[in-house]
Design a protein around this ligand. Structure first.
Ligand code: M6R
Length: 364
């Protein structure tokens, strides 16, 4: 049941801390506090490339994974949505790694890619919530997220659990590729272990997010901006808003703003920015100043430090706990999903069963 919540989505949003925590518990050795993943069907130290594929939200999780794997494990990543990768027929490295991400393990296109890449001799590693699914049975290795059942059509906690697995995988690969000293490894692992409590704090921000939602609920179009590792978070936010509130939203890499979408900006098109104070913050700030100068209403998810710099241009800010850039995409996803939920409430849509959508897309 819904445990007293109005919607499964609301319940599942509240389960982010548990989903992340349980997922990490499975992956991190409680004694050594080090990442302990099962043996892989390939040698991560000599891997030349990985192919990541998924659909919808799971694809955006994969995009974050690409940033991590390239940056920290120095592993080149090819990534595409499953419906495209399936027919692109890209050249595959000998015994390469195919990483598939799916909550349900039943998504037709993702399963189609799994079979294609298996035939092409790739090692198939799937990140799944439903481990006893078709994809689970056909994979060489399943890395389980432990998110618990997700009923709401809009994916929530499965996304952060997917990211937790991808982050752990990145640390594991980086270690195997001799790119992490013990201190740095411990730091990254501790960042992950602190996430459930930070996620709890974010769940205390519903009221502030509702204030932001009132602006969005009036709009017909919304622009989501993010940079680097937070760009896929902007995409996740825009997808979630479209799905459950039926408001048109587009996500852009903030740096792309002046290559086109800035012409859309006026007071009727709110701009939602995912802007933790990481190394790219100044660049995002200047993009937001440009949007503000054109009458854009600026709504921002940031931290204390970022808020100090944004206060003159932002109409509403939601201030999140200060976290490292490494885990920022995991934490920032939560308020972005809550925002979509709050807008849907204001619009009075059928949050758990949005029109035209199915929880699991088992046809092409
Ligand atoms: O079960 P899967 O993770 O393979 O599903 C993939 C997408 O269909 C799914 O993430 C969809 O985009 C959600 N409705 C997003 O909220």
């Amino acid at each position: 049941g819904k445990d007293g919540y109005r919607h499964f989505m609301e319940k599942e949003l509240h389960e982010h801390p548990v989903a992340i925590g349980q997922t990490l518990q499975r992956i991190i050795d409680p004694v050594t506090r080090r990442i302990a993943l099962p043996d892989m069907p390939f040698d991560a130290s000599t891997l030349s490339r990985a192919t990541i594929t998924a659909c919808g939200s799971a694809f955006y999780a994969g995009m974050v994974g690409r940033y991590w794997l390239e940056e920290l494990a120095r592993l080149p990543v090819d990534i595409d949505v499953a419906s495209e990768l399936r027919y692109r027929n890209p050249p595959q490295p000998d015994k390469g790694l195919a990483l598939l991400i799916s909550q349900s393990g039943e998504t037709a296109d993702t399963l189609g890619v799994l079979r294609e890449l298996k035939t092409a001799g790739q090692s198939i590693v799937s990140i799944l919530n439903v481990e006893h699914s078709t994809m689970g049975r056909e994979s060489d290795l399943v890395l389980g997220m432990v998110a618990g059942p997700e009923i709401s059509v809009a994916s929530t906690k499965a996304f952060t659990a997917q990211l937790a697995v991808l982050a752990a995988l990145t640390i594991d690969f980086a270690r195997q590729r001799n790119l992490l000293d013990e201190k740095r490894e411990r730091e990254l692992t501790d960042n992950l272990l602190d996430l459930p409590s930070h996620a709890m704090e974010v769940l205390g921000l519903f009221d502030q997010i509702r204030t932001m939602a009132r602006v969005i609920a009036q709009a017909r179009d919304v622009l989501y901006l993010g940079r680097g590792i937070c760009m896929p978070v902007a995409q996740e936010g825009a997808l979630k808003l479209k799905e459950i509130s039926y408001i048109h939203a587009e996500a852009y890499a903030a740096g792309e703003l002046k290559h086109g979408p800035i012409s859309l900006i006026d007071p009727s098109v709110p701009v939602v920015a995912i802007a933790p104070s990481t190394i790219l913050f100044d660049k995002t700030l200047s993009n937001l100043q440009e949007a503000r100068a054109r009458g854009g209403r600026i709504l921002v998810f940031t931290d204390e430090k970022g808020a100090e710099r944004l206060k003159d241009i932002a109409e509403h800010m939601v201030i999140l706990p200060d976290v490292s850039a490494f885990v920022a995409p995991i934490l920032y996803t939560i308020p972005v999903q809550i925002l979509a939920y709050e807008v849907a409430l204001l619009k009075g849509t059928d949050v758990d069963q949005p029109r035209n959508l199915a929880k699991s897309v088992t046809v092409e």
